[in-house]
Design a protein around this ligand. Sequence first.
Ligand code: PEP
Ligand code: MG
Length: 879
Amino acid sequence: GNEVNQYVYKFSEGDASMRDLLGGKGAGVAEMTKLGMPVPEGFTITTSACVRYFDDGGKIDEDIKSQIFDALSELQESLGKRLGDPENPLLVSVRSGARVSMPGMMDTILNLGLNRDVVEALGARTGNPRWAWDSYRRFVQMYSDVVMGLDKSRFERAIDDLKRERGVESDTDLTAEDLEGLTDLFLDEYKRQVGRSFPADPVEQLMEAVKAVFRSWNNPRAIYFRRMNSIPDDWGTAVTVQRMVFGNMSADSGTGVAFSRNPSTGVKGLFGEYLMNAQGEDVVSGVRTPQPISHLKDQNPEVFDQFTHIVDKLELHYRDMQDMEFTIEEGKLYMLQTRNGKRTPQAAFRIASDLVDEGILTQEDAVCSIDPKYVTALLHPQFDADALAQGTLLGAGLPTSPGAASGRVVFTAEDAVEWTKRGEQVILVRLDTTPEDIVGMNYAQGVLTARGGMTSHAAVVARGIGRCCVSGVSGIEFSEDAEGNVVGCAIGENVVHEGDWISLDGNTGKVYAGRIATVPASISGAFGRVMGWADRFRRLEVRANADTPRDAAQAREFGAEGIGLVRTEHMFFQEDRITAIREMIVAANEQERRRALDKLLPMQRSDFEALYEAMEGRSVTVRLIDPPLHEFIPKTPEAVAELAAQTGHDTAYIENVVDELREVNPMMGHRGCRLAITYPQIARMQAQAVVEAAINVKRRHPLWSVSPEIMVPLVVNRCELDYIKQQIDQTVGEILAHASDVTMVCQIGTMIETPRAAIRADEIAADAEFFSFGTNDLTQMTFGFSRDDAASFLDDYYDKHILDADPFMHLDRKGVGFLISRAAELGRRTRPNLRLGVCGEHGGDPESIAFCEELGLDYVSCSPYRVPGARLAAAQAVL
Ligand code: PEP
Ligand code: MG
């Protein structure tokens, strides 16, 4: 059609509601303009113009161009100034601004519109040639960098050289002549590198700058930032063109940034810095030391008063802490930007809580104001920000489990245990981890793996036990000694030896050399208060995945309402148990197997009792053993010999069993309920342990409602479940018949973690009282992506826009989500009161929790440390 799209908006035409179109910055200045605040005039080119620019192959469409020129004419008219007019020149800034703030990720150009004629006239007319040349120098430098991508360091070096030559410390000590000479150097350098002269035509400058800002949407750091924050690649950035005001014009000019509350602590009160006789980048770049904002009160009380008044008004207007940029030009205040300020997790809770007390937010608003991603970080120690800034970066991977950890490098789980026992603090560095490493992981301060993604073993376990973990750090090369023991590794260019100190930041995935100081987790009153509100609003129940009494106690402390998944195999890896399970695996006959299981029974029973005790009568869902048995068997010749000695078999026999258990594709092999089909005795032993534990605890605490829940993993059809259910029912029936003093119902449910189980959920529900979606395996099997290896190729999928998020991190709604939704519907058709939950890692992911809410599931279950975030996300999902 011939409908005309509006691609350019004057500030006076926009408002805060137009963020998607005008970007955060454009919407911010428009809103401040509407509120009558002193904002330099300008216009914003929309994000859809940016999208068009890319669609049109890197060209600005004629229609958009003419809208820009119209807006420019209007601006010139209203100001009585023109771009490039030496008599009365208009100078503008050209700034990026996406829908959501991506601080520092994209580009900006200041002082646009200058050329030699304009600079000379401007210098003469204002009597301030120093300022005029300083502005031009800055513009040439920024334009060369942002528009042409020239190497910045040459320009920086030229400034340093000149300062040294003149014997001055600060840029402000350079004279007009110095700056003119410097600008000439820059212009020559530009010509040398580009092959033609720096553009003198301000309109050409403007159009090139607009295009460059559009392009900066796709610079590598912006792409990386979007991936980290799940921001779609196709939003584009808006471009805001604004009349320049000059903080570097005179001694009574200046520029600064301020927050309306302290972004680290959340305490109310103006917080920020400014610098007189300077432009924006001077404040952040650290070339000169800025003053605290409170000094402005003495320096210019009128401007300070006006500013504080505006800040109060903006906070009230946006109902949130504001982060603002301002400039003072010859004593007159201008607001350049306002946005909701970034803050630490601690500050987020404090601010939300205070804003409710101040009557600015409702409790619902307060709950929604906090990013659940923040919450986990709050529960772990953090690196001291100053110490971190000094640290040497070695490499980066996926931040698979939050926290901050420093320690000396060890390469085996055994060393992690041994070193820690003798008082060392260690970081376990591995190619990847296996369930056997859990003890070592538990002893270590943190875990670093070269391979693996968000749901790899290392990640799941580390989150479960609250260990900081970084996974999938590419470019790690291990070096071995003659015996094949790892003795060191190269991370990129740096070599790390056993015993060297390194530090892991589980919030960013970064790995640093040396030991970086940490500050402890600080959970404030505001945290408990806001979480209490969240609990009142949410509908979804939040449980934890926990395998030990310690995890369970932690989960309770974090507000879990039960345990949604006990991975019983994790209990088997403890020292005394691993031998018993090995005996069972290598049993030559039924009798030997029975004997081994008889050893395991009391251990499991006491494990379960401890879990019931820790949960004080809340639900505990115990899953039958899940991994392939080869994960438990000895791997070294010494361990094989030891097992042979223990069981009275010879080593050849043991080695033979080990060989037979080896599978080409173990994750799709003899695991899950398939084990119970082959060895029903194991399922019966586990069921017995669960129910006897429940009875014992019930006898000790008659008021608790202890009702055992047993869960069968990896089911594919009804007959499978039917067979195992019979085994369990029979065992449980016999035990309960002998415990007439307690009344107890044992529920049997299943995990839905194979596509077939989801598709035939109506049949399966006939035998299951609950479904727990194991979305880790369900994702693995729906995509056919190995959960332990996918990280190695997923980056290519993101780069080529084939996927925009890790399906192991955020539930794939259309594929895996479709299966869950169908299974829920089919299951409830057979059994209307079927309980439905998710216990894969997605159960702790806010986006996935929102999806669970949409489907009307009953609960989510996640690692203890993710429970508070899940409670918050569950509340936000209904608000
Ligand atoms: C799952 O597959 O989602 C699950 C919870 O089981 P596991 O991670 O132990 O395979
Ligand atoms: Mg599973």
